[in-house]
Design a protein around this ligand. Structure first.
Ligand SMILES: Nc1nc2c(ncn2[C@@H]2O[C@H](COP(=O)(O)OP(=O)(O)OP(=O)(O)O)[C@@H](O)[C@H]2O)c(=O)[nH]1
Ligand SMILES: [Mg+2]
Length: 285
């Protein structure tokens, strides 16, 4: 029997813990059994019951107070995550094995974990060895995405996680309830972005010719391959939460274990079938 995991990632304060609490509540209302694991060794409080908490294994405060280590908060967190990667048997023991496990992992917000450090990739590989189908859920705060260049940098952060982890990924814009109706309307163009026209609209703001060319190339790459799309997440909108959940379920084929879907034919290199299906599906719509 496969097991299912959402790896909830994103920059500090993007709403990961709130997402986990909201999703847990939503699933409970649907009578679905979902559990949450806290993987943030610096977490102080969260609004959900946990099945496992990394702070039982290691805490940032202990690392910072250790005279032989002398880390600050960021270095301390990285140390904790590396320690965690060397002690995955703790996680295995804490998770146990229940039929049809569906687990949300609330990850820390240090962006370097998703760009160049190997820890998260090692976690994905370990979970896959334990028969988990893993979906990365990358959150970005919609408050910071209302301008084109901020949007591009959010896209790059999400893309970086996607490339590093090599797993299917659903990207989400959080805190949509905080946007004014006007900003919400404006946000529509970022949910289904046309990177080329976005670039044209803003090219005047780019004084350096070289920088303009580079930005254009990045926008072209993202657009041509439909690499990154965002789904809106408003914690007060049950229907919207359900749409997000359906996208994630689809990408890990939750509930479809009796019939494993064949990936559709794609040109060129075979890549991750879940990602392909997800994006093809969105392109069709
Ligand atoms: N209005 C609103 N506030 C939100 C939403 N999601 C998160 N917040 C608020 O944003 C702040 C940060 O949310 P968290 O869920 O702790 O964010 P996080 O990504 O877990 O933060 P770190 O673990 O510190 O990286 C909190 O004050 C939340 O109440 C949302 O959808 N709507
Ligand atoms: Mg958190």
């Amino acid at each position: 029997m496969p097991r299912y995991a959402q790896l909830v990632m994103g920059p500090a304060g993007s709403g990961k813990s709130t997402y986990c609490a909201t999703m847990l509540e939503h699933c409970q209302a649907l009578n679905r059994s979902v559990q949450v694991v806290n993987l943030d060794p610096a977490a102080e409080h969260f609004n959900y019951p946990v099945m496992a908490d990394i702070r039982e294994l290691i805490q940032v405060d202990d690392v910072m107070e250790d005279d032989s280590l002398r880390f600050g908060p960021n270095g301390g967190l990285i140390f904790c995550m590396e320690y965690f990667a060397n002690n995955f048997d703790w996680l295995e023991e804490s998770l146990g094995h229940v039929e049809d496990d569906y687990i949300l992992f609330d990850c820390p917000g240090q962006i370097e974990l998703y760009t160049h450090l190997p820890v998260m990739k090692q976690l994905v590989e370990q979970l896959q060895q334990w028969e988990f189908r893993v979906c990365g859920v990358f959150l970005v705060d919609s408050q910071f995405m209302v301008e084109t260049f901020k949007f591009i940098s959010g896209v790059m952060a999400a893309l970086s996680a996607m490339v590093t982890l090599e797993t299917s990924q659903v990207n989400i814009m959080t805190k949509m309830d905080l946007l004014s109706p006007k900003a919400k309307k404006e946000m529509e163009k970022y949910l289904d972005p046309d990177m080329y026209s976005m670039m044209e609209d803003n090219s005047v703001a780019l004084r350096s010719k070289k920088f303009r060319k580079l930005t254009k190339a990045i926008c072209g790459l993202i657009d041509d391959y439909s690499m990154v799309r965002f789904l809106p997440f408003d914690r007060t909108d049950e229907e919207g939460i359900n749409i997000v959940l359906q996208h994630i379920d689809f990408s890990i084929q939750y509930g479809e274990d009796l019939e494993f879907k064949e990936p559709r034919e794609t040109d060129g290199e075979p890549s991750n079938p879940n990602v392909d299906e997800f994006f093809q599906d969105r392109d069709d719509s």
